[in-house]
Write a protein that binds this ligand. Structure first.
Ligand SMILES: [Zn+2]
Length: 143
């Protein structure tokens, strides 16, 4: 490498540093404080059966067998039927609590018990709940 090439390379490095200093200055003083944000994404969605009683965190959903194109869909891990989703557990339980408030005492406790359990119908779930806990659901849920 010639001396001229070394000198040009050194000058480019200096120019780059000057440019970066100007960019930092233009970005303002808080830019100096900025650091990459370390995040661990946690998927808080809740999935619940559209045609069964299963519900749980989205990490616990099942997948349908692959189609001819290899696609798989999220489904109940037990019966493989389709799911609805809620944004998070808070949204899910707000819905549950609203249903309890509409004349279904004990509904939230029942739903908490129901987590991860797949029954074909709510009646089947209510009967299993009564058998296991001795609690008989009233309101529209118990009918
Ligand atoms: Zn199911």
């Amino acid at each position: 490498m010639t001396t001229n090439r070394k000198a040009r390379r050194k000058q480019r490095a200096i120019d780059r540093e000057v440019l970066h200093r100007k960019m930092r200055a233009a970005a303002g003083p808080q830019a100096e404080e900025m650091r990459p944000i370390e995040t661990t994404f946690v998927d808080k969605r809740i999935a619940c059966g559209a045609r069964c009683t299963w519900w749980d965190g989205i990490a616990n959903v099942g997948l349908t067998p692959p189609t001819s194109t290899g696609n798989r869909l999220p489904c109940c891990p037990n019966c493989r039927r389709m799911l609805f989703e809620y944004s998070d557990e808070q949204a899910w339980f707000e819905s549950v609590d609203r249903h309890e408030a509409r004349g279904n005492p004990g509904y939230r406790k029942f739903v908490e018990w129901l987590r991860g359990k797949c029954f074909d119908t709510v009646t089947d779930a209510v009967n299993a709940y009564a058998e296991e806990t001795g609690i008989v659901m009233g309101g529209s849920v118990g009918k």
